[in-house]
Design a protein around this ligand. Structure first.
Ligand code: DQA
Length: 144
């Protein structure tokens, strides 16, 4: 089974960006965790990070006919991007939304998630470990 993991803008700066919110682990550490958790769950995994909304839409579209599921942290585009929501609806693959921080306890402008409307589950506030949770949730969904 194939999994596509998509990370949005500024997540490449993990370890540097606002460590009091996102922790001190780097983006490379996140990729390592995802590869390990995906292998444990028996997934082949592709990981993409982009700071560009259109590139994220392209990655979702390219998953059509290739991936069995998508795990996505659209980062700031979570709260603004109808294009990412529409792309997820277009490919209609099972999708899980992940946020490193607990967005529910943050600013008002973070309280809407467009991408989340096309996801069957959301994980938030678990730090990088949230990606492991998301992979387990996806595994359960695809095995049921
Ligand atoms: C984030 C939360 C978003 O509100 C923020 O814009 C991010 C990261 C998270 O993982 O907690 O860039 O998606």
């Amino acid at each position: 089974m194939k999994l596509l993991v998509i990370n949005g803008p500024n997540l490449n700066m993990l370890g540097i960006r606002e460590p009091e919110i996102y922790g001190s682990a780097t983006y490379q550490a996140l990729e390592n965790l995802v590869r390990e958790a995906a292998a444990e769950a028996g997934f082949e995994v592709e990981i993409i990070q982009s700071n560009h909304e259109g590139a994220l839409v392209d990655a979702i579209q390219q998953a059509y006919g290739k991936a069995d599921g998508i795990i996505i942290n659209p980062a700031a585009y979570t709260h603004t991007s109808v294009a990412i929501l529409d792309a997820l609806k277009t490919v209609a693959l099972p999708a899980v939304e992940v946020h490193i921080s607990n967005v529910k306890e943050r600013e008002d402008f973070r309280q809407v998630s467009y991408a989340g409307m096309a996801c069957f589950h959301t994980v938030m506030g678990e730090g990088l470990e949230g990606y492991r949770t998301a992979i387990r949730v996806m595994k359960d969904k695809l095995s049921s």
